[in-house]
Design a protein around this ligand. Structure first.
Ligand code: SF4
Length: 170
C-alpha cells in the first residue's frame, strides 16, 4: 500500500476532528475528482511503520474522534489488504475511536468485505460532477451515501449516519 498524505485535525472528512490517511490508487476516474494525482497506485510513498506510528500518535490524543481512510480509493486492490489489517489493529488498540471510509464502490458491491467489520461509517459511490452540491455534509454529490455501517448491518437495510437520532426526535 502507498499513500500521499496524512492530514491532522481535519474537520471536513468525517465527524469531529480526525486524522485522515490519503492512499494511492483509484480506478473510478470520476470526472471532476479533486485528487486525480491519487489515481496511480504507484504514486505517493510506501506506507511504512513510521507512517503507522504517525497515525497512532494522533489517535492517542483525546480530542481526535477517529481516522478516515480516503484517497484514492481505500478499496482499490493495491490498498484493501493493507487497510484491512490497519483498520483491525486500530479497532483493537483504540476501541473508542471511529473509522470512516470513503470509496467509489457502492455499498452493495463491497458490504461483505472484511474491512466493513471494522468500519463505522462508509461514504459510498462515485462522485458525479453534474450533481455537485457543496452544501452536502461529507460528500460531493447526492448519489453518495453516508452509511452508518453498524446500524446497517444490524438492521439489514441501509441506515444513513445520523438517521437514527433524527428518527428519535420526530
Ligand atoms: S472515487 Fe474518489 S478518488 Fe476516485 S476518482 Fe472518484 S472522486 Fe476521485
Amino acid at each position: 500500500m502507498r499513500y500521499h498524505n496524512i492530514t491532522k485535525d481535519d474537520m471536513l472528512n468525517g465527524d469531529g476532528l480526525r486524522v485522515v490517511l490519503w492512499v494511492a490508487g483509484c480506478s473510478h476516474h470520476c470526472k471532476g475528482c479533486q485528487n486525480p494525482i491519487t489515481w496511480d497506485p504507484n504514486g505517493g510513498i510506501p506506507f511504512d511503520e513510521a507512517a503507522k506510528q504517525e497515525i497512532f500518535e494522533q489517535l492517542d490524543k483525546d480530542y481526535i474522534s477517529g481516522i478516515t481512510f480516503s484517497g484514492g480509493d481505500p478499496l482499490h486492490a493495491a490498498n484493501e489488504a493493507g487497510l484491512t489489517a490497519l483498520a483491525k489493529e486500530i479497532r483493537e488498540k483504540y476501541p473508542s475511536k471511529d473509522i470512516w471510509l470513503y470509496t467509489g464502490y457502492r455499498w452493495e458491491e463491497i458490504c461483505d468485505h472484511e474491512i466493513i467489520q471494522y468500519t463505522d461509517v462508509l461514504v459510498d459511490g462515485r462522485f458525479i460532477l453534474e450533481q455537485l452540491d457543496v452544501t452536502l455534509p461529507w460528500k460531493g454529490s447526492p448519489n453518495q451515501r453516508v452509511i452508518d455501517v453498524r446500524q446497517t448491518l444490524e438492521k439489514g437495510k441501509i441506515i444513513l449516519f445520523g438517521e437514527d437520532e433524527k428518527d428519535g426526535k420526530n
